[in-house]
Design a protein around this ligand. Structure first.
Ligand code: GLC
Length: 496
C-alpha cells in the first residue's frame, strides 16, 4: 500500500512547524478543517492509499490545556510534565543540554518551578511516570485510527522514557542523553501502544535518534511487538563532524558503506534521503553541475535498496536548498537558536551564516513548486516561508509531460519497484563503495539485478555485465561505460 505521510497538521502555535501540538484532535485552520481531513482520508482510501499522521508524544506545546493546567502545583495535571525546583543562585535542576542547543529547563513564574524541555522551551516533555499520560495518548491514537488512518510516523519516539533526571558528565552535545536514549521504559510504552496499533492493523515508523542497527532492531524486530520500522540517522550523519552544524565533505564511499551496513543488519527497514529536517539531497550528495542526472542517480539508489522508500515533497522534481540570503528569512526554531548560540561563542557573522545556510531545516521546507507562476502555483498569498526563486525552472508543470524529467524517472522507478520481486525481496550484496563509484546486487529467485552508480562528474568504465534493464540516461544497451552521474540496472541470472 502507498502511504501519504503528513507532517503535523494539528492545532498548534507553530513554534516548531507543528511539532508543538496544542490539541491532538483538531486540525490547524491553516490546513483546513476536520471535514477536509476526513475527506482526505476517504479519497486516499479510494485510491488504495493510506494516510500516515505524525505522532508527537514526547512533548506537547506549552499552549496545550494539559500544560496550562499543570502550571498550578495543585492541579491533577501537574504530573503530566516534569516540574522541578532549581537550586540556589539560579542553579537549574540538572545540567542536561537539549536538541536545539542550550539547557533543557524553563522557569515558570506561576509555578515557581522549572519544567523540562528537550527541544524548544515551548515544547515541554511529557512525563510517562504519570500513568494517565499514556491513557490520554491511547485515546488520541484511537481517535485517529477510528477515522481510518493507516498509521503513524512517531516523532523522536526512542526518547519518551527518562530513567532519571540526574545530572551527567558533560558532553559536547546532549549532556544527559544516556538517561533517555532508547531506555527499557520506552520499549515498554511502545509494547503497550502496539496493542492498539495491532487492533487496527496500523503501520508505524519511528523517528529514532542516535540508534545503531542493533538498537533499531530492538525497536522493530517483529517478535518484540513495538514498532514496524524506524528512521535511523547514521547515513545522514556521514557528512558531519560530531554535530550536524559542522559539516565535512560528503564522501560516497562512507555513505554507501553505512547504507549497506543497515541493509545487511536489518531484514527490512526504511530508506530515505530527504525529509523536513534535512537539507535537500541533490546539493548534498549529488552535483551542482549535473543536478538532474545526479537527482536520477539518487532516486535509483532510493528505489533499488531493500526496504520502504520515502519520497519527500519536491524531491521528485529535484527541489534544491532554499536560496535565502539572511537570517531574517529563516523561520526554523532550531536554526534561530543555534545561530544565537554561535553568536554567544563569538563565531564571526560570515561563518555563522555559512553554517546555517548549509544545515538549516528551512532548506527543504519551502513551499512545493507546482508551476512557474508567481507563488509557484502553491499560493496567491504570502507563505510562511519564502518560495525558492528557482521555481520558474524547477516545477511540477514543466516536468509532467517530459519523459526525460526527473519526475518521470521517479515514476519509472516506482513502477519497476512495484513489479520487481527482486527489488522488493532480494538479498542485498555490496559490490563497490568508493567515492566515485558504488555498485550492489539484489538477488531473488534466480534473478540478479546489479545497480551501478557513477557518483561523479566524469565518465567511468566498469566491468560488470548483464542485460541493461534501465539506464538513467535512457540508453538501450550497456557498453560498460557510464556517463556522468549515470545509474544503470543490469539484469542477469544468479551467479552469472
Ligand atoms: C523531530 C521532528 C522535528 C522536530 C522535533 C521535535 O525530530 O522531525 O522536525 O523539530 O522532532 O518535535
Amino acid at each position: 500500500m502507498d502511504l501519504l505521510w503528513l507532517s503535523p497538521v494539528y492545532a498548534s502555535p507553530n513554534e516548531d512547524n507543528g511539532y508543538d501540538i496544542s490539541d491532538y484532535c483538531a486540525i490547524h485552520p491553516d490546513f483546513g478543517t476536520m471535514d477536509d481531513m476526513d475527506r482526505l482520508i476517504a479519497e486516499a482510501k479510494k485510491r488504495g492509499m493510506g494516510i500516515l499522521m505524525d505522532l508527537v508524544i514526547n512533548h506537547t506545546s506549552t499552549a496545550h490545556p494539559w500544560f496550562q493546567a499543570s502550571r498550578n502545583p495543585e492541579s491533577p495535571y501537574r504530573n503530566y510534565y516534569f516540574w522541578r525546583k532549581g537550586g540556589k543562585n539560579g542553579k537549574l535542576p540538572n545540567n542536561w543540554t537539549g536538541f536545539f542547543g542550550g539547557n533543557c529547563w524553563e522557569y515558570d513564574e506561576r509555578s515557581g518551578e522549572y519544567y523540562l524541555h528537550l527541544f524548544a522551551p515551548h515544547q515541554p516533555d511529557l512525563n510517562y511516570y504519570e500513568p494517565k499520560v499514556l491513557e490520554e495518548i491511547k485515546k488520541i491514537l484511537r481517535f485517529w485510527l477510528d477515522k481510518g488512518i493507516a498509521g503513524f510516523r512517531c516523532d523522536v519516539i526512542n526518547i519518551l522514557w527518562k530513567d532519571s533526571l540526574d545530572s551527567s558528565p558533560k558532553k559536547l552535545i546532549l549532556t544527559g542523553s544516556e538517561h533517555y536514549l532508547s531506555r527499557e521504559g520506552t520499549h515498554q510504552i511502545l509494547r503497550e501502544l502496539r496493542e492498539i496499533f495491532d487492533e487496527y492493523n496500523a503501520y508505524t515508523v519511528g523517528e529514532t535518534v542516535f540508534v545503531s542497527t542493533q538498537m533499531a532492531w530492538d525497536l522493530c524486530a517483529p517478535e518484540r511487538r513495538e514498532l514496524h520500522t524506524v528512521f535511523g540517522f547514521e547515513h545522514m550523519e556521514c557528512d558531519q563532524t560530531i554535530v550536524k552544524w559542522f559539516k565535512k565533505p560528503h564522501k560516497w564511499g562512507k555513505f554507501m558503506e553505512t547504507l549497506a551496513r543497515w541493509q545487511k543488519d536489518l531484514p527490512w527497514n526504511t530508506i530515505y534521503l530527504e525529509n523536513h529536517d534535512q537539507p535537500r539531497s541533490i546539493p548534498r550528495f549529488g552535483s551542482e553541475k549535473y543536478p538532474v542526472e545526479s537527482g536520477k542517480l539518487l532516486a535509483t539508489l532510493l528505489f533499488t535498496l531493500k526496504g520502504t522508500p520515502y519520497v519527500y515533497q519536491g524531491q521528485e522534481i529535484g527541489m534544491l536548498d532554499f536560496d535565502f540570503t539572511s537570517m531574517a528569512q529563516v523561520r526554523d526554531v532550531e536554526s534561530i537558536n543555534v545561530h544565537g548560540l554561535l553568536k554567544s561563542f563569538h563565531i564571526p557573522a560570515a561563518l555563522r551564516w555559512k553554517i546555517i545556510r548549509a544545515t538549516s531545516r528551512d532548506n527543504a521546507r519551502t513551499p512545493m513548486q507546482w508551476s512557474a507562476r508567481p507563488g509557484a502555483g502553491f499560493t496567491t498569498g504570502t507563505p510562511w516561508l519564502g518560495i525558492n526563486g528557482n521555481h520558474k525552472r524547477i516545477n511540477v508543470e514543466s516536468q509532467k509531460n517530459d519523459p526525460h524529467s526527473l519526475r518521470s524517472w521517479y515514476k519509472t522507478l516506482i513502477a519497476l519497484r512495484k513489479e520487481s520481486e527482486t527489488l522488493l525481496w532480494g538479498e542485498f550484496e555490496l559490490l563497490a563503495a568508493t567515492d566515485t563509484l558504488c555498485a550492489y546486487r539484489r538477488t531473488y529467485d534466480g534473478e540478479t539485478l546489479t545497480v551501478i552508480l557513477n557518483c561523479c562528474d566524469a565518465m567511468q568504465t566498469v566491468d560488470y555485465t548483464g542485460d541493461l534493464l534501465l539506464s538513467s540516461y535512457g540508453g538501450k544497451s550497456f557498453s560498460g561505460t557510464l556517463l556522468p552521474w549515470e545509474a544503470v540496472i543490469l539484469r542477469g541470472e544468479e551467479n552469472e
